[in-house]
Design a protein around this ligand. Structure first.
Ligand code: NCD
Length: 306
């Protein structure tokens, strides 16, 4: 039985197959409409979510399966003190596969050790968010036609942003990847990722504070929200929250074939006026998130459609 805790749980070849499957699903949705008939997905969300929970549910429904779950820890027995280990043992009796989001790093990992069904990590604290990474990879591959030989700008909260952490882990396995890390001093990428992932794989990267300095050389700009819920005090958050605002003026500095991605939700970091720019790809990215999660559910349940 397979789980998805980190993007590294799949080899590059397996990832290619998964992205190919997602592309086939996009092209031929009817072919997959009954693939999961009789199967149930449980969504166990101990932290707020719009896209991640609903896109997993939409994915299962598109495959002809059913969904159940909870959207906050208050509405589950976690509020009575039940452990993740016990909850997953119970859910294993009800569902065929589950997606779990938890504020504590490693909680989905604990779950998969006690589970008899595949567990998908739908975001664990400031650690990883592998299904967002699958979404990002499919988006980049579809927009640029490749996942190698690219300069990727990661901008915003690189310290707490789990989407950035997972994306870096996944991209360093492709040839010719270079990063520009764009963040305020206080929100720099954690040392463990800089040393153990970037340095260990000899990945070239630069760290800059000004977005304007990075924009002209980027193939992809990955914007992120300052992760309010992970700050220890409100004052620091207020000081950081509007550090970056991508607007039309700044977009003039970017190449014609650069795309802007964002895992969403957006707060102020991308002005609404940018949405009409053909390079703004963040809403297309949301749609890819459904196809890739359909492909993931099929892969983890080992269901093959001819
Ligand atoms: C992200 C997350 O939850 O980490 N959202 C998402 O799943 N698309 C990004 C964020 O909350 O800023």
């Amino acid at each position: 039985m397979r789980h998805l805790m980190s993007p590294l749980d799949f080899s590059v070849e397996e990832l290619d197959n998964l992205l190919d499957l997602a592309q086939d699903i996009e092209a031929n949705p009817a072919k997959y409409a009954h693939a999961c008939e009789g199967k149930k997905l449980a969504t166990l969300f101990y932290e707020p979510s719009t896209r991640t929970r609903l896109s997993h549910e939409a994915a299962m429904l598109n495959l002809g399966g059913s969904v159940m779950g909870f959207a906050s820890s208050d509405s589950s027995s976690a509020s009575k003190g039940e452990s993740v280990a016990d909850t997953i043992r119970v859910i294993s009796c009800y569902a065929d596969i589950c997606a779990m989001r938890h504020p504590k790093e490693g909680a989905p990992m604990v779950a998969c050790q006690h589970s008899t069904i595949p567990v998908i990590n739908a975001g664990d604290g400031g650690h990883q968010h592998p299904t967002q990474t699958l979404t990002d990879l499919l988006t980049i591959r579809n927009l640029k036609g490749r996942l190698n030989n690219m300069t990727i700008g990661l901008c915003g909260d690189l310290k707490f942003g789990r989407t950035v952490h997972s994306l870096i882990n996944a991209l360093v396995r492709y040839e010719g990847i270079r990063f520009i890390l764009i963040s305020p001093e206080e929100l720099r990428l954690p040392d463990y990722i800089r040393h153990e992932v970037l340095d260990r794989n000899n990945i070239p990267y630069e760290e800059v504070v000004r977005l304007e300095d990075a924009l002209p050389s980027l193939d992809i700009l990955y914007m992120t929200r300052v992760q309010k819920e992970r700050f220890f005090n409100e004052e620091d958050y207020v000081r950081m929250k509007d550090f970056y605002i991508l607007d039309k003026e700044k977009m003039k500095l970017a190449p014609e074939d650069m795309y802007v991605l964002h895992p969403l939700p957006r707060v102020n970091e991308i002005a609404v006026e940018v949405d009409d720019d053909p390079r703004a790809a963040y809403f297309r990215q949301v749609q890819y998130g459904v196809y890739v999660r359909m492909a993931l559910i099929l892969t983890l349940l080992d269901i093959h459609v001819d």
